[in-house]
Design a protein around this ligand. Structure first.
Ligand SMILES: NC(=O)c1ccc[n+]([C@@H]2O[C@H](COP(=O)([O-])OP(=O)(O)OC[C@H]3O[C@@H](n4cnc5c(N)ncnc54)[C@H](O)[C@@H]3O)[C@@H](O)[C@H]2O)c1
Ligand SMILES: [Zn+2]
Length: 383
C-alpha cells in the first residue's frame, strides 16, 4: 500500500516489571477528521491512560451489550476509574434484535438522566451491533458528541468500527436509518477476541478473506500459510491481519468516505451474500453468506474469462481451511437468489453493480451481468 492517505507505524511501550505491550497504529486520513486506529494485545489496559492524556470528552459513557458488559465492560470501567476518569456504563440486550430506534431512544433517555451533555463522550464497546447503535446515538445526541470505538469482535475490529457508518434496523430492513459519523479514535485489543465463539470468529475471517481478494495478494497468501495460527488467535499474526484489514478499509474509505465509487469494492461477495442471507431467512450468519457469495461471484468471474480458474480453487481451499461454507445451500432456489439480488438495496437506477474478480487482489465493477450468467454461477456453486 503506497497511499499517502494512509500511514502505518508501530511503537512499543515498556511497562516496568511486566510484559512489554506492543501495538500498532493505522491512521485514517479524512478531510478535517483524521483519526488513529490502535491495535494490539493488552491495549484495553491502556485505554484509561491514553484517554487521560488525550481526552475526547470531560466524562465518558461506555455503551455496550449485555454480554460484553460482563466480559470486558466492568474491567474497562475500573481501568478508567483508576486513572481518575469520570465514567459510567449503559448496556442493552445483546443481539441484532436490539439494533433499532427503541434501543436508541432508551439509551438516549438514560444518558440524559445520568447528566450526559455536549462535553461528554461515548465509548462504543462491543461487536458491530454495539458500534452501530452507540455510533448512531453519538452522532445525534445533542446534535453529536465525540465517539471512540472499542471493537471486541473480529468483525467489528476489521470492518464495522472502521469507516464511520452507523445505523439501526427497521422492521422493513437492516441498517435503513443511519449516519456517517467518524470516531475520534479506535482501540482494537485483539486479546479480547479469546472469548469469541468459533462461529463469531469465522464471521470476521470471511471479511479478512474479502480484503485479500479485493486488494491484497500478500494478505491472502498469509491467510493460506498461517490459517491454523489465525484460527487459534496467535497474537502477532492476529494483530497483523487486523492491522492490514483496517488499513485496506481505511484506505478505501479515505478515498470515498460517502460511498460514491471505490467503496463499492468492499461489497465483494456481498450482493449475492445478502441474497443468500435473506433466502435462508437470516439463519445463515453474515460471514458464512459472504463466503458463499464470494464463491459464486468468483465462479461468475471465471465463467466470464476474467479470473483464472486456479484462483477460484485457492479461494475454495482457503475458505475450507477456515471452516467457512463454499456452496449455495440446496434449500434456496436459484430463481430466489436472482430475484433477491435484483432487489439489492445498493442497486442504482434499477441496475445492480457486481464486484467481480480478476484474480486474487484485483476487482472489476460492472453492471453487465445477465440473469443467465448469474444463474449459471449459482448452479455451478452448489454441492
Ligand atoms: N457500520 C458498519 O460499517 C458495519 C459493517 C459491517 C457490519 N456491521 C454491523 O455489525 C453487526 C454485526 O457485528 P458482530 O458480528 O460483531 O455482532 P454483535 O455485535 O452482535 O456481536 C456478536 C456476538 O458476540 C458477542 N461478543 C462481542 N464481543 C465479544 C467478546 N469479546 N467475547 C465474547 N462474545 C463477544 C456479542 O455480545 C454478540 O452476542 C451487524 O448489525 C451489521 O449490520 C456494520
Ligand atoms: Zn460484511
Amino acid at each position: 500500500m503506497q497511499d499517502k492517505a494512509l500511514s502505518f507505524s508501530s511503537f512499543s511501550k515498556p511497562s516496568p516489571g511486566s510484559i512489554k505491550h506492543v501495538w500498532e497504529t493505522v491512521s485514517v486520513s479524512l478531510v478535517d477528521k483524521s483519526y488513529d486506529i490502535l491495535i494490539g494485545p493488552g491495549l484495553l489496559t491502556e485505554v484509561g491512560r491514553m484517554l487521560k492524556h488525550e481526552p475526547i470528552g470531560e466524562n465518558y459513557f461506555i455503551i455496550t451489550d449485555s454480554n460484553v458488559e460482563d466480559y470486558v465492560g466492568i474491567d474497562l470501567v475500573s481501568i478508567m476509574k483508576n486513572e481518575g476518569l469520570n465514567v459510567d456504563m449503559l448496556s442493552f440486550p445483546a443481539g441484532e434484535a436490539s439494533k433499532n430506534m427503541d434501543t436508541v431512544v432508551t439509551l438516549a433517555k438514560s444518558l440524559l438522566e445520568r447528566g450526559a451533555d455536549r462535553k461528554s463522550a461515548i465509548l462504543a464497546l462491543g461487536g458491530g451491533v454495539s458500534g452501530d447503535i452507540a455510533g448512531f446515538l453519538a452522532s445525534i445526541y445533542m446534535r453529536g458528541i465525540p465517539l471512540a470505538q472499542i471493537p471486541t469482535t473480529l468483525l467489528a475490529q476489521v470492518d464495522s468500527s472502521v469507516g464511520g457508518k452507523t445505523g439501526v434496523d427497521l422492521p422493513e430492513g437492516k441498517n435503513l436509518l443511519g449516519t456517517f459519523y467518524q470516531p475520534r479514535r479506535v482501540f482494537a485489543d485483539i486479546g479480547v477476541l479469546s472469548t469469541l465463539s468459533q462461529a463469531e470468529l469465522r464471521n470476521g475471517l470471511a471479511e479478512v478473506v474479502k480484503y485479500g481478494m479485493i486488494r491484497d495478494p500478500q494478505l491472502f497468501h498469509l491467510l493460506e500459510e498461517k490459517w491454523w495460527d489465525i484460527i487459534n488467535l496467535e497474537p502477532l499474526v492476529t494483530a497483523h491481519i487486523v492491522k492490514v484489514s483496517c488499513a485496506i478499509k481505511a484506505d478505501v474509505v479515505a478515498h470515498d468516505e460517502f460511498e460514491g465509487g471505490l467503496r463499492r469494492i468492499l461489497n465483494f461477495g456481498h450482493t449475492v451474500g445478502h441474497a443468500v442471507e435473506a433466502g435462508a431467512g437470516y439463519k445463515i450468519p453474515h460471514g458464512e453468506a459472504v463466503a458463499i457469495g464470494m464463491m459464486v461471484i468468483s465462479r461468475l468471474s471465471v465463467d466470464k474469462g476474467l479470473m483464472p480458474e486456479k484462483d477460484l480453487r485457492r479461494l475454495d481451499g482457503l475458505l475450507e481451511k477456515l471452516g467457512l461454507p463454499r456452496h449455495v445451500p440446496s434449500s434456496i432456489a436459484t430463481e430466489e437468489i436472482l430475484e433477491l439480488t435484483r432487489h439489492d438495496k445498493k442497486a442504482q437506477g434499477g441496475r445492480v453493480h457486481f464486484v467481480l474478480s480478476k484474480g486474487v487482489g484485483e476487482t472489476v465493477i460492472t453492471d453487465e451481468v445477465s440473469s443467465r450468467e448469474l444463474a449459471r454461477a449459482v448452479e455451478g456453486s452448489r454441492e
